[in-house]
Design a protein. Structure first.
Length: 173
């Protein structure tokens, strides 16, 4: 089996809504929604990678506050290991994205109605569940999809190799 591609995504909540971004034409899974983020580069922690990716993609700064989910999803001939980290904005809301043609601030209930990229689905299911409380607890456990949920913190996830794949479902910078 091929080593998983390590990717991080930001679950940014602001005023009771969560940021969802639609992949633009020309990207793998164009037209599908995802949480913004990208690949973890060699030598980066997941938190460092996410702060960099969000600054590059959305032009804003974030604070990472914890880990929501960490799941592996097969996409074509690749395995994507997506770690979704909870984050807050340091200042203004993003208005543009380098990788997306639309951004939407959705309620937890509205998230489930969007057409999501497969790697993001475990986090979406957890966030939109009727009893969703807004974050992972420190004990870890299983999410609603049966995937793993890590409570060990944002910097404990595995790091990516320096290679990148041209057709992966999460793109990134």
């Amino acid at each position: 089996m091929v080593d998983p591609l390590h990717v991080v995504a930001a679950v940014i909540e602001h005023d009771g809504r969560i940021l969802a971004c639609r992949r633009r034409a020309g990207k793998a899974e164009a037209g599908r929604w995802e949480f913004p983020g990208g690949k973890v580069e060699a030598g980066e922690t997941p938190t460092e990678a996410l702060v960099r990716e969000i600054r590059e993609e959305l032009g804003v700064d974030i604070d990472v506050t914890g880990e929501l989910t960490a799941d592996e999803t097969e996409v074509g001939d690749r395995v994507i290991r997506l770690t979704c980290l909870l984050a807050t904005l340091r200042a203004q809301r993003p208005t543009t994205s380098t990788d997306h043609d639309a951004m939407r601030w959705a309620t937890r209930r509205e998230l489930a109605a969007l057409d999501w990229a497969a790697p993001d689905l475990p986090a979406v299911r957890m966030l939109s569940a009727p009893d969703a409380s807004g974050g992972a607890d420190a004990s870890g456990g299983a999410d609603a999809s049966g995937g793993s949920r890590a409570g060990a913190g944002p910097d404990r996830a595995a790091h990516a190799s320096s290679g990148t794949e041209a057709g992966d479902a999460r793109g990134g910078s």
